[in-house]
Design a protein around this ligand. Structure first.
Ligand code: HEM
Length: 267
């Protein structure tokens, strides 16, 4: 495992040369310097998180949680094609989930908390891995060809990741809180979606963000198997199909909604 440690403290020179006699510093100031000994290992989960492999695992596991969410979220949203009643009822069902064992919206808040935790873990691990990579290769690649070959996927991941994160902020302001949607009415999911996607710039932003999301999912779904150690030449064609298939389903499903609403085929 690659350990990420801060350099130890700088140790002053030997005490034997310290002055003595009148005017000399007190005994405490002349104590021999403490040499940094071997650091005691932190608890195992913290040591794991500090390693590059640990961060990759955190990215892979949180990525699986987020993949699960985008799939379920898309399937739920496709109810827009069944009409206002179907999707509004689905929104209400989400709020009532777990009742009467749990109070109203409690289950939804638990899911939100897991999702927010996975999102934060994913972003923090990505940022720290990027910093580690930069430290490991501060001068870059020798030839532009090496650079393109070795870095295309990771560079795309960074940009598509940033675009998706910015999109999520706008999306929450638009369809959850309504701040970015003047016609927003709480609980009227169908009308909110139609009002939002009828605005051409907003529909274009949703389409562009979901293209970025599909690219991000393609690389992410492919590399998570590598991280988790499920990769060998026999498995790789299935990995590629899974990654491409998942990305295509999410991309086509999510892009269809703003596209069909802005063109007035739906709504
Ligand atoms: C065109 C595609 C999408 C549509 C039509 C859509 C639609 C919606 C709607 C209508 C809501 C509000 C639900 C309600 O209040 O009952 C919502 C919430 C949300 N969406 Fe999306 N969404 C899309 C894509 C995405 C994507 C790609 C992500 C993440 C990458 C995402 C993340 C979220 C989150 C985190 C919430 C808040 C959930 C909650 O707290 O209840 N959405 N979406």
């Amino acid at each position: 495992m690659t350990q990420v440690r801060e350099p130890g403290p700088v140790v002053p020179s030997a005490a034997s040369s310290a002055p003595s006699g009148p005017g000399a510093p007190p005994a405490a100031a002349r104590r021999p310097p403490v040499r940094p000994g071997p650091q005691r290992p932190a608890p195992l989960p913290i040591e794991f998180w500090r390693s590059a492999l640990g961060k990759k695992w955190v990215m892979a596991v949180s990525g699986i949680v987020l993949l699960g969410f985008v799939l379920v979220h898309m399937i739920g949203n496709l109810k827009v094609y069944l009409g206002a009643e179907a999707i509004n009822r689905y929104g209400e069902w989400l709020r009532e989930l777990g009742e009467p064992a749990l109070p109203r919206t409690a289950a939804l808040w638990i899911v939100r908390a897991v999702l927010a935790g996975a999102f934060v873990a994913h972003v923090v691990a990505a940022a720290q891995l990027t910093a580690l990579n930069r430290r490991a290769r501060p001068v870059g690649y020798r030839s532009p060809r090496d650079y393109v070959a070795a870095n295309f996927a990771s560079r795309t991941m960074r940009w598509t990741g940033v675009i998706v994160a910015l999109f999520v902020v706008f999306h929450l302001l638009d369809l959850t809180w309504g701040t970015a949607n003047p016609k927003f009415v709480r609980g009227e999911v169908y009308d909110n979606m139609v009002a939002s996607f009828r605005r051409v710039p907003v529909a274009i932003a949703y389409i562009a963000a979901n293209v970025a999301l599909a690219i991000h999912i393609f690389h992410g779904a492919w590399s998570l198997f590598q991280t988790l150690g499920w990769s060998n030449p026999r498995l790789n064609p299935a990995r590629r199909w899974f990654a491409a298939g998942f990305a295509a389903v999410i991309g086509i499903g999510n892009i269809s909604m703003p596209l069909l609403i802005v063109t007035r085929v739906v709504g």
